[in-house]
Design a protein around this ligand. Structure first.
Ligand code: PAF
Length: 280
């Protein structure tokens, strides 16, 4: 495993590697969800690059950039077993040098859901991912389906700007009680952790209604809200039943693939999760 901080050093090393490159961008504080991405990248490519960079531009002013969990030594330990790995760990100055002024804005698909509550978030994500794609030059890039809107934004950006790579969405990894793995789960106290699977239970309730034949978007959203309302520690930010491709909120009867999603605050953690229904 090679750990590199500078773009110039990374490019030199990358140029020496032959065959296909699979890329897993992360903000570190790795968990099994990240390792699922790395395993998939390792299975499908000749070599793998993992980036670890807590990207300041995707955090809003009152968000948790300063407190976001970081532990590079632990991350490297978790990646140690993977052969042929380059870990790229740039500093903020390396990615955003003095005078930086170019940003990538993906328009429509960035606007609803998370984008509505975090107006500058996807501009930061698209910008850093575009820069990382330019540096890493992967043939395939791997993202978790837990961040469904992020995945949609990246797919749109890759299509629109003709990045020569394939974007691969990897299924969400869950704890045995359904809680989706996330670095932000580390913010939860034991009591809050016990409450957190309510997100998955709420999604499953709506999915079950859908499976039983319910197609009214508002009824599906109400099914999620009812489960969340029974958990006193859960403060709902939003629940949504949206078109899985455009991410526009569904009204009336749903058809085709629908993304059921939500953001819920439990203590200081803002948790997001989703399930798709109506997918072939
Ligand atoms: O999903 C994440 O961890 C981040 O949003 C990403 C894609 C690494 C960009 O900073």
């Amino acid at each position: 495993m090679l750990v590199l901080e500078k773009i110039a050093d990374f490019r030199r090393e990358r140029a020496r590697r032959e065959g296909t490159c699979g890329f897993v961008p992360t903000m570190g504080y790795l968990h099994e969800g990240h390792l699922a991405l790395v395993r998939r990248a390792a299975a499908e490519n000749d070599h793998v690059v993992v980036s670890i960079f807590v990207n300041p531009t995707q955090f809003g002013q009152n968000e948790d950039f300063g407190g976001y969990p970081r532990d590079l030594a632990r991350d490297l330990e978790m990646l140690h077993a993977f052969p042929n790995l380059i870990v790229f760990t740039p500093t903020v100055e390396e990615i955003y040098p003095h005078g930086f002024q170019s940003y990538v804005q993906v328009e429509e698909v960035s606007q609803g859901l998370e984008g509505e509550r975090r107006p500058t978030h996807f501009r930061g994500v698209a910008t850093v991912v575009a820069k990382l794609f330019n540096i890493v030059q992967p043939q395939r890039a791997y993202f978790g389906q837990k961040d469904a809107q992020q995945l949609a934004v990246i797919r749109q950006m890759v299509r629109d700007l003709a990045f020569p790579l394939e974007v691969i969405g990897v299924p969400t990894v869950r704890e045995s009680d359904g809680l989706a793995l996330s670095s932000r789960n580390s913010y939860l106290t034991p009591e809050q952790r016990a409450a957190a699977p309510v997100l998955y239970r709420a999604l499953c309730a709506a999915r079950d209604r859908y499976t039983d034949g319910e197609r009214d978007a508002e009824v599906l959203r109400a099914a999620m809200r009812a489960v969340l309302a029974a958990e006193p520690l859960a403060a709902v930010d939003y629940v949504s039943a949206a078109d899985a491709e455009t991410l526009r909120e569904c009204e009336g009867a749903v058809s085709g693939a629908v993304l059921l999603s939500m953001a819920v605050r439990i203590g200081r953690a803002r948790l997001i999760d989703n399930l798709s229904v109506g997918v072939d």
